[in-house]
Design a protein around this ligand. Structure first.
Ligand SMILES: [Fe+2]
Ligand SMILES: [Fe+2]
Length: 174
């Protein structure tokens, strides 16, 4: 492969999983990224105007440059700089990259907003808070009505999202 040629998403996942510096059991590691991706698929299907490709890319990149499992408040901007550095290897348009960079840079402290794509990105991450056990996703931190409804209902959100994803996929395959 020539340098800077766009990589396939499958190869991006393998690369970032291999390069992730925290232990495999990290609560911000690949298991969390996959959960955020499932949330993104479900939320994007219920959010008009959301760009699913960007939201799936966010799931992969947003925590990939973490240096610890604590606050690490620079990890969002670090992920944004990583994306800009590797822009030519990422199979997205310039417009999509600009949204992805903004979503990653602000994902830890961003207040709920109206942008459907960034809203789906942030909500997909915030809906996975129950992995910490000591906290639950808060409806008031969500940007999209779909995520607000899921957070309000509470319960085992990971299990419910899996069921919603299953319903979504079974509707697509006759
Ligand atoms: Fe994060
Ligand atoms: Fe995250």
């Amino acid at each position: 492969m020539e340098q800077n040629e766009p990589m396939r998403w499958r190869d991006w996942w393998l690369r970032l999983e291999a390069e992730f510096t925290l232990p495999s059991w990290s609560c911000h590691g690949p298991e969390h990224w996959r959960s955020v991706e499932r949330n993104a698929i479900v939320l994007a299907s219920r959010t008009p105007g959301a760009d699913l490709e960007v939201a799936r890319a966010f799931a992969l990149f947003h925590d990939s440059q973490r240096l610890d499992d604590g606050w690490d408040q620079e990890h969002g901007p670090r992920a944004a700089r990583f994306i800009e550095r590797h822009r030519r290897e990422i199979p997205l348009t310039d417009e999509q990259i600009a949204v992805l960079v903004r979503a990653c840079a602000g994902h830890t402290i961003g207040a709920p907003l109206d942008d459907p794509t960034i809203g789906v990105c942030w909500d997909s991450d915030r809906l996975d808070f129950d992995r910490f056990r000591y906290d639950k996703p808060r409806p008031e931190y969500m940007s999209t009505p779909a995520a607000r409804d899921i957070a309000l209902e509470g319960g085992d959100i990971r299990a419910r999202i899996r069921r919603m994803l299953w319903d979504l996929q079974s509707r697509k395959t006759p």
